[in-house]
Design a protein around this ligand. Structure first.
Ligand code: UDP
Length: 404
């Protein structure tokens, strides 16, 4: 079902929706062309899937293109992704050459139709070679607080040619010769991923995956990616399990721009194999399934080693779940420790918080409720759309006051 902005009035109120409608009018006649590297899997695709039709419903000509690449290109971009997040790896001249070869093919193949071209993350960054006199924004969704210098310098040669850059959290900003904006991501409360589900719908998913609801459930939803620390989550669960009989769900699918997923999945399967209370689920892209798993959970965990924002945290909090998550990247924007969730710094710290919450259901419930309010006030799609529209409008008024 295609959602309309009015559908959000019961959640965010009439005036928030009126604001969005009013400023969207000002974009009439402009084409906004998003470009990223995958249609499905991961937070960027999640946001674009929700936002593009909503913008179109507001009368904004929003479009979405995806770059193409072979596995060797995405192995390089995944390596860049890893080293930008501080994982050690050797980056060679050959990697840069592979990146440029595929980028040049995409520069030739993609038709640039946007008055504003909105490029997401490093994979399509070299499309800027196609810039004419339209406006270009580079949207960085990843944690670049301590990037690999050589890769960052390589990207920087492209970044400085954009009109503006957007980061998700204050810690990721840099001294740049272009204007930069801080805009947090968001979740869509009406999407299949986040809408209310009946208990029958939740039960059906649990039945399908053979998971009993008799024992408490700790869940992490993530792509199988080492930066999400799935092995650390299993160790955390094993520490908790010594004291509380519980289950663990580690669930996620792949993304077409993430070729490492199956290797990590195999490692996780191997580590979990002796315990029937650990459920490792390789999922097809199915938002209702993820929604149901989150709703059936007692506690949501996001024990990432690095994180751009961590939409899964917002998704858990929106469902009023107590969330235990790492103090990395954009996660502290979502969780105030001991108020809207628990922040952790280690496997032991996460286990301590999970154990505490399993033993204190009233406290866990309060954290979940506070978390829900915080997400409602700050990280829903209506706020995000408003920020983006203001950003788009500002590009045509560099240095001027924008009168709406
Ligand atoms: N997700 C999904 N299927 C999966 C794993 C993750 O739909 O198998 C979704 C998840 O619910 C969230 C997004 O993908 O909406 C992941 O965003 P996040 O910011 O947590 O991490 P990223 O994958 O972008 O690093």
């Amino acid at each position: 079902m295609i959602k309309k902005i009015e559908d959000y009035i019961p959640i965010v109120g009439q005036s928030a929706v009126d604001d969005v409608r009013l400023i969207a009018e000002k974009l009439k006649g402009k084409v906004i062309q998003n470009v990223n590297s995958t249609k499905n899997g991961g937070g960027v695709a999640e946001i674009l899937n929700n936002m593009t039709p909503l913008l179109q419903g507001l009368g904004v000509d929003a479009r979405w293109d995806v770059i193409q690449g072979e596995e060797h290109f995405f192995s390089v971009t995944k390596k860049f992704h890893n080293v930008l997040h501080g994982r050690p790896d050797e980056v060679t001249q050959r990697d840069f050459d592979i990146f440029m070869e595929t980028s040049e093919k995409n520069v030739r193949a993609i038709d640039i139709t946007g008055d504003i071209v909105f490029v997401h993350d490093p994979q399509p960054i070299a499309l800027i070679n196609k810039k004419q006199n339209n406006k270009w924004i580079w949207r960085c969704h990843i944690d670049v607080s301590h990037p690999h210098q050589r890769v960052w310098n390589f990207l920087m040669d492209f970044i400085v040619r954009y009109d503006s850059a957007v980061f998700s959290a204050p810690g990721f900003s840099f001294k740049l010769p272009i204007r930069q904006f801080l805009i947090s991501p968001s979740i869509d409360p009406l999407s299949d991923k986040n809408k209310e589900l009946s208990s029958d719908e939740i039960d059906a998913v649990m039945y399908k995956y053979g998971i009993s609801r008799k024992k408490p459930i700790i869940t992490q939803i993530s792509r199988f990616d080492r930066l999400k620390d799935p092995l650390g989550v299993i160790e955390m669960y094993q520490l908790v399990k010594k004291y509380v009989d519980c289950q663990l769900i580690l669930a996620g699918g792949g993304a077409s721009d993430d070729p490492e997923g199956m290797e990590v999945f195999a490692e996780v399967k191997e580590k979990a194999k002796k315990d029937p209370d650990i459920h490792i689920l390789l999922l097809p892209q199915d938002d209702i399934t993820i929604n149901a798993l989150q709703r059936a959970s007692t506690i949501i965990v996001q024990k990432s080693l690095k994180e751009g924002f961590g939409l899964t945290v917002a998704e858990g909090l929106w469902k009023k779940k107590p969330v235990v998550a790492s103090h990395v990247g954009g996660i502290p924007l979502q969780i105030t420790h001991k108020h809207s969730g628990m922040l952790c710094y280690s496997i032991q710290g996460a286990a301590y918080s999970v154990k505490q919450l399993l033993n204190s259901p009233a406290y866990a419930k309060r954290l979940g409720e506070n978390g829900h309010e915080h997400i409602k006030n700050n990280f829903l799609i209506t706020r995000h759309i408003k920020d983006y529209i203001l950003l788009f409008l500002s590009l045509f008024h560099a240095g001027d006051i924008v009168y709406l």
